[in-house]
Design a binder for this molecule. Structure first.
Ligand code: NAD
Ligand code: ZN
Length: 361
């Protein structure tokens, strides 16, 4: 079975990308969580599909804890309810966790695993495109607070990631397309050839063509794996993965998460490419190609509901990447190239940021 290997300070883990692999989940969990008492923590809606056999493969017959779908479940309240439930069920230090669902399940169940009994191992089973090609790789876990996204969390790499592209068949179109925005980001930040492949294959990507989907998930996982293996704790180059995300997190927060993460990332890429151009870092070509590709992939390049720039700027002030009060961005120099190093982020002033936000409003 082929896999992409992700390295981190304590070892490494495989990311299996294979159609039908969910049918072997029990076997893989046994292999990667040997001798452990395993609990599945799942997005309730995904769990129903899974139980009905709609995601393919066999069914999980171990203990299962669920939470209501959506970003609103990524909270300390969910974390305390889930950990209390595990305690009540008598799960000990020899536990293991299986996280089933999209990026919310991965971040929330991963944070439970990171903190339960000071940390127990977990296997990620991403079921959205966004989680398969981005969120499940890299070991970042956490929850949101009223102050912003992902502000409470921990680095806790999984012991394995099991990604089955066949499980995406039930994913609503809007969620599927949202995941494509992270793939566009991967091409933009690290791989011009991959970006050009997307420009050629946009139609097959939208149609969820099996071969296109396989390449998409695998290439994105390889890029993310390469970046996070080099810089696990974001001291340097890992910051490039934040491309589009300074604006994206602000959009999510300012709209109370009505804009899904992936859509916000697409909009963020457009605004931040415009910012890079205004700052003289990139030529207008990169931004124009990002806009054209997102449009062909059916992703918005302008916000669907008006959002006051003041609210976005205020939300950006809370971004974790900021040192002191300055607002910093991970900006492209061109398609496939980020910069400049060594810290990979660039400071921008308020007038330039306001001008960039006008491009997406
Ligand atoms: N840890 C990281 O490195 C990282 C990276 C990127 C994003 N994220 C986080 O990921 C989250 C977004 O993830 P997401 O977009 O997957 O959201 P999500 O987990 O909320 O899933 C989106 C929706 O799809 C449904 N769904 C999931 N799989 C399905 C399937 N196979 N069929 C039908 N419906 C299905 C879910 O019930 C949910 O309603 C955000 O919180 C973001 O911050 C984390
Ligand atoms: Zn993201």
């Amino acid at each position: 079975m082929s896999s992409v290997v992700v390295r981190h300070s304590l070892g490494s883990y495989p990311v299996y990308v294979e159609p039908g692999i969910l049918g072997r989940l029990g076997e893989l969990v046994g292999e990667h969580l040997p001798g452990r008492r395993v609990a599945m923590i799942a997005d309730e809606a995904v769990h129903q599909l899974y139980r009905a056999g709609r995601l393919g493969g066999s069914r999980w017959d171990g203990e299962t804890l669920t939470f209501p779908p959506g970003e609103r479940s990524k909270t300390r309240e969910s974390w305390s309810r889930l950990t209390d439930e595990l305690l009540r069920l008598g799960f000990g230090r020899d536990s293991g966790i299986v996280a089933l669902g999209g990026g919310v399940a991965g971040d929330l169940a991963g944070f439970v695993a990171a903190t339960y009994m000071r940390g127990v191992p977990y296997v990620q089973v991403p079921t959205t495109l966004l989680a398969m090609l981005d969120a499940s790789v890299g070991g970042k876990t956490g929850v949101d607070t009223a102050e912003g996204k992902n502000l409470i969390g921990a680095f806790h790499p999984p012991v394995a990631v099991v990604a089955d592209p066949l499980a995406l068949a039930t994913l609503p179109d809007r969620e599927y397309r949202a995941g494509l925005a992270e793939a566009v980001k991967h091409g933009l930040i690290a791989d011009r050839e991959y970006f050009e492949w997307m420009e050629r294959e946009a139609e097959r990507m939208i149609a969820r063509d099996a071969a296109a989907l396989g390449h998409l998930v695998r290439r994105s996982v390889e890029i993310k794996a390469e970046v996070v293996s080099e810089d696990e704790r974001e001291g340097g180059r890992r910051a490039i993965l934040n491309a589009g995300h300074t604006v994206a997190h602000a959009l999510e927060r300012a709209t109370e998460y009505r804009v899904p993460h992936g859509e916000a990332v697409g909009l963020g890429l457009v605004a931040e490419a415009a910012l890079a151009t205004a700052l003289g870092l990139a030529t207008p070509e990169a931004g124009a190609r990002v806009v054209a590709l997102l449009e062909r992939l059916g992703l918005p390049t302008r916000v669907r509901e008006p959002v006051a720039p003041d609210r976005l700027l205020a939300a950006m002030g809370r971004d974790k990447k900021n040192r002191g009060r300055a607002i910093r961005f991970a900006l492209p120099r061109g398609v496939g190239a980020m910069g400049p190093g060594p810290d990979w982020t660039t400071e921008a002033g308020e007038p330039a940021i306001r001008a960039a936000l006008r491009v997406i409003s």
